[in-house]
Design a protein around this ligand. Structure first.
Ligand SMILES: NC(=O)c1ccc[n+]([C@@H]2O[C@H](COP(=O)([O-])OP(=O)(O)OC[C@H]3O[C@@H](n4cnc5c(N)ncnc54)[C@H](OP(=O)(O)O)[C@@H]3O)[C@@H](O)[C@H]2O)c1
Length: 259
């Protein structure tokens, strides 16, 4: 069944291919922002290893889109909180393509919660997916990334990691931790591996946001929600920029962090 796909995330064919011959691993890339990143990096020439957790049909559709645009793609199910599965994924990736140049830690959870009553299980689940997961996948990818020149890691953080989102306490703290992990990793892994983070503000896949999204748009200087393609552009920047740029956080928020 043909699905509607936002124009903003479709890659431009025939453009420059700075990632030709490289391999990019994108976690949680079945849909939304991860899908846009996969299409964008494939258009820049990268072979795409894409993982999904439960959204198999969406992941297969993303793979079809990448392949349909002339890209190479490999799909695998992965829960980023499971070390054995992570190790197996990296082993299989090495067997398939023999290299890894870029890891995009995109998989993540998002939910609201009341600080006073938030159950520990939800706190733990959030930290496991958004902070421990990127740490574990990065750690497992290091041996392959060290052979790239340079190896690159890009974390998907959030405006909530910079500003205190009081109605999303566990989410906000997990992304703040991820931003600090970006800086610690950048320092610990230089010069072999460059580590940066993209921190989106409100990103929407609908053309006319309503409710709380509409209220946030009204406060955003850019007067619109971001599209997945806006985030993918920032990821592509870190995927192709000078290796001298490391430990940085690029907000993609239409200026919302300024108000
Ligand atoms: N959308 C926004 O406005 C926004 C704003 C700020 C930051 N971000 C960040 O940008 C990234 C992508 O955002 P999005 O809105 O596209 O995300 P999303 O659709 O909510 O989540 C991306 C994927 O993460 C996967 N995932 C969750 N827990 C996982 C786990 N334990 N192991 C493996 N995969 C797991 C899910 O995979 P399955 O569906 O396959 O289960 C999901 O499809 C996330 O890190 C998010 O926090 C997004």
């Amino acid at each position: 069944m043909a699905r509607k796909f936002p124009q903003a995330v479709l890659p431009v064919s025939g453009g420059p291919r700075p990632l030709e011959g490289q391999v990019a691993l994108i976690t949680g890339g079945a849909r939304r922002i991860g899908r846009a990143i996969a299409l964008d990096l494939a258009a820049a020439g990268a072979r795409i290893a894409l993982t999904y957790r439960s959204s198999r049909a969406d992941a297969e559709h993303t793979a079809e889109l990448v392949a349909g645009a002339g890209g190479e793609v490999w799909l695998r199910r992965l829960d980023v909180t499971r070390e054995a599965a992570i190790a197996a994924t990296l082993r299989q990736l090495e067997k398939k393509w023999g290299r890894l140049d870029l890891l995009v830690n995109n998989a993540g959870l998002y939910e609201a919660g009341d600080l006073a009553t938030l159950p520990r299980a939800r706190w733990d689940r959030m930290l496991a997916a958004n902070l421990t997961g990127p740490f574990l996948v990065s750690q497992a990818a290091l041996p392959l990334l060290r052979h790239a020149r340079p190896g690159r890691i890009i974390h998907l953080a959030s405006l909530g990691g910079v500003h205190a989102f009081s109605q999303h306490p566990h989410y906000s703290v997990s992304k703040a931790g991820l931003i600090h992990l970006t800086k610690v990793m950048a320092r610990a892994l230089a010069p072999a591996i460059q580590v940066n983070a993209v921190a989106p503000g409100l990103i929407s896949t609908v053309s006319a946001p309503r409710g709380w999204e509409a209220r946030l748009v009204a406060r955003t200087p850019a007067r619109r929600a971001g599209a997945p393609g806006d985030v993918a552009e920032a990821v592509r920047f870190f995927a192709t920029c000078s290796a001298f740029i490391t430990g940085q956080v690029l907000l993609v928020d239409g200026g919302l962090s300024l108000v």
